[in-house]
Design a protein. Structure first.
Length: 347
């Protein structure tokens, strides 16, 4: 089991030749296998304001992706930035036939990473319903920067999963997707881990409306006012501000350990307009991550909030580190379902 709290560090893979690091500080297993945390959001009829926009985004069959930072095991080596789309590809991964046929005669480096040939690229695009006329949109919410790249200019590539058996490869041993950048400095690590990606013909992201959540301790009265009684023991209470909203976060303890956190969002009329529960109960390999301003500094920010998607309410995410499954982005509105982040999670 990989310790998910080894955050902001590069961890060497078993094969000692490739490394996969996922954004939001998540390193985990294949998401179909287990559901880690069940959360629920409740709101009143007083909904959170949304960002108005004339551009309509179709959120049916909407997919967002993590960016993987891949490096060799050598100290201070450069990193490659890669987006896997294997999570949404149906069927056998489109690995060129020559790779499978000749793998026994190839070096590890030749098998570990290669560009797809034209037929395999076409099959990949068709399998995820993309065209060469679409674009890749990368929103770096940590710095509020947006990148747009034509799909036609992106290399379709395959990277061997660090959890695959190098001695017995098949097409599913590979992460299939698109290369964003190569030979980047390791100092660029945070830039790409605090980011999400989308493929399509319109930009779904709102720019310059996300912020890191910096917590401070709240007074005891806030706990009694905004959080109901529980079988668990109440711990510390924290608060933060976003626009006209105040967020309160309550710890709940069992045998002295934090096993649950509840979030309550209050508008400027002192009304609770949203609440959310984060729990370790019934989960496997899930941990709470540090809170910026309380037990983490500005180099270790994990919770972000703000307007992220056009025509949608504000979001919040980054409370838990998972060893199984992929993270999700939650809206401060009970009518909105979470957006899972495809992260090609396997081991």
């Amino acid at each position: 089991m990989i310790n998910t709290l080894m955050l902001k560090k590069i961890i060497k893979p078993k094969a000692a030749a490739a490394l996969l690091l996922l954004p939001l500080a998540i390193i985990s297993c294949k998401k179909e296998e287990k559901k880690t945390v069940v959360t629920e959001i409740k709101t009143t009829n007083d909904s959170v304001k949304t960002v108005k926009t004339e551009e309509k985004i179709d959120y049916m069959d909407f997919n967002i992706f993590s960016l993987s930072v891949i490096s060799s095991a050598e100290k201070d080596s450069d990193i490659d930035i890669f987006i896997s789309v294997s999570d949404i590809y149906k069927g056998v991964q489109p690995v060129p036939e020559a790779i499978m046929k000749n793998q026994k005669h190839m070096t590890y480096e030749e098998r570990q990473h290669f560009e797809l040939d034209a037929p395999s690229r076409k099959k990949l695009l068709e399998g995820i319903h993309l065209t060469e006329n679409d674009s890749l949109y990368i929103y770096e919410y940590g710095s509020n920067q947006l990148q747009k790249m034509p799909v036609s200019q992106l290399k379709a590539v395959a990277y061997l999963s660090p959890y695959s058996d190098d001695q017995d490869l098949d097409p599913d041993s590979y992460m299939m997707g698109f290369q964003v950048a190569t030979h980047q400095k390791t100092t660029e690590y945070d830039r790409y881990t605090n980011a999400i990606a989308y493929f399509g013909n319109k930009n779904p992201f709102v720019n310059h409306k996300m912020k890191a959540v910096k917590w401070q301790k709240a007074d005891a009265a806030s706990s009694g006012k905004y959080f109901s009684q529980s079988k668990l023991t109440k711990g510390k209470t924290y608060q933060t501000q976003y626009e006209n909203l105040t967020y309160y976060l309550q710890d709940y303890l069992e045998e002295g350990n934090i096993t649950e956190r509840k979030l309550a969002v209050i508008n400027d009329r002192k009304e609770k307009i949203a609440e959310k529960t984060f729990s370790l109960a019934g989960s496997d390999g899930v941990e709470f991550v540090p809170l910026y301003g309380i037990d983490a500094d500005e180099a270790n920010v994990f919770q972000y909030t703000g307007h992220l998607f056009k025509g949608k309410p504000p979001v919040i995410f980054g409370f838990m580190a998972q060893s199984f499954g992929c993270p999700s982005i939650s809206f401060l509105d009970q009518k909105e379902k979470d957006f899972p982040i495809n992260c090609d999670n396997r081991h």
